[in-house]
Design a protein. Structure first.
Length: 85
């Protein structure tokens, strides 16, 4: 990927971050705002992992290892949240 591509990804990330801030101040219902922020955060995470961490150009097996680690971290977070409540 060239500098033009990285700049485009940066602009998309900047716009998504700005949209997240605007969602917080938009006065939306809690679950609507929560869903919008989670969706924007997931999209930003995919862009960062795909382009800045170069997972797009790596073999699929590397992406599966990263995905396995992500799912393990999510499972541990959910287990911890469940045990607290």
């Amino acid at each position: 990927m060239n500098a033009k591509g990285y700049t485009l990804v940066y602009v998309v990330l900047f716009v998504a971050a700005t949209a997240q801030v605007l969602v917080e101040f938009a006065g939306l219902a809690y679950w609507t705002a929560f869903g919008a922020i989670i969706g924007l955060s997931a999209a930003k995470a995919l862009l960062v992992a795909g382009y800045y961490q170069h997972l797009v150009s790596e073999p699929r097996s590397v992406s599966y290892v990263v995905l396995t680690g992500l799912l393990a971290a999510l499972a541990l977070t959910l287990a911890a949240a469940y045990s607290i409540s």
